[in-house]
Design a protein around this ligand. Sequence first.
Ligand code: SAH
Length: 238
Amino acid sequence: MWRATVLTLYPAMFPGPLGHALAGRALGVAWSCEALDIRAHALDRHRSVDDTPAGGGPGMVLRADVAAAALDSSGGCGPRILMTPRGKPLTQERVRALSRGPGVTLVCGRFEGVDQRLIEKRDLEEVSVGDVVLSGGEAAALLLLDACVRLLPGVMGDATSGDDESFERPLLEHPHYSKPRAFEGLVIPEALTSGDHAAVARWRKRRSLVDTRTRRPDLWAKYVAAATGGVDKPDETE
Ligand code: SAH
């Protein structure tokens, strides 16, 4: 079973949303989630876990000694990751690699962040979930776990539906349509209702290419480089 171990000041936040739907059904079967309270390792009678930043300034910092004690007794497996906006941006590639391993141990920061010496002494991998600042690492940890768990064997209903999605190629996925055929004057693109599988595939490929080029020039540049070795542009009409 794939093991998620989370160190947090708010263990009640887990599994949270991951206790529902696909991830929730797979909990205890394909994966386990253990949330450990960092505060249980506080050293003083006030159970304090944070203190003022060295050098001054606003806010508080999670103490290195308390967080290290929590981590050392966690018994977690897999890479040890600190959720932080200073980290390497999370990618689908990293998520896929994590989901193939034994599990992951996540440390959730709070306040202004965690003492740098924890990161260095416990050799934590620093991971960010985007160029936004959250109030704590818990939402970031839930995001990472959600992305990993859905890739575990047996978790997604249709095992193939993960292969073709946004970022796997790296292209954005095409948009989706369902029922009704006409909605407030908007009709499903003809190719999708034609019954012609080749036409459907062409339409989807084309939208995937066009949408990536217009919405995500950064991904488009990667795709062009990978598809052509950087020589010329892929044909959007193919
Ligand atoms: N002072 C810090 C922000 C601290 S936010 C700075 O400016 O860089 C408090 C905690 O929320 C962090 O310790 C981290 O664990 C979590 N967090 C906030 N934004 C995050 C992000 N984009 N990715 C991952 N974790 C994040």
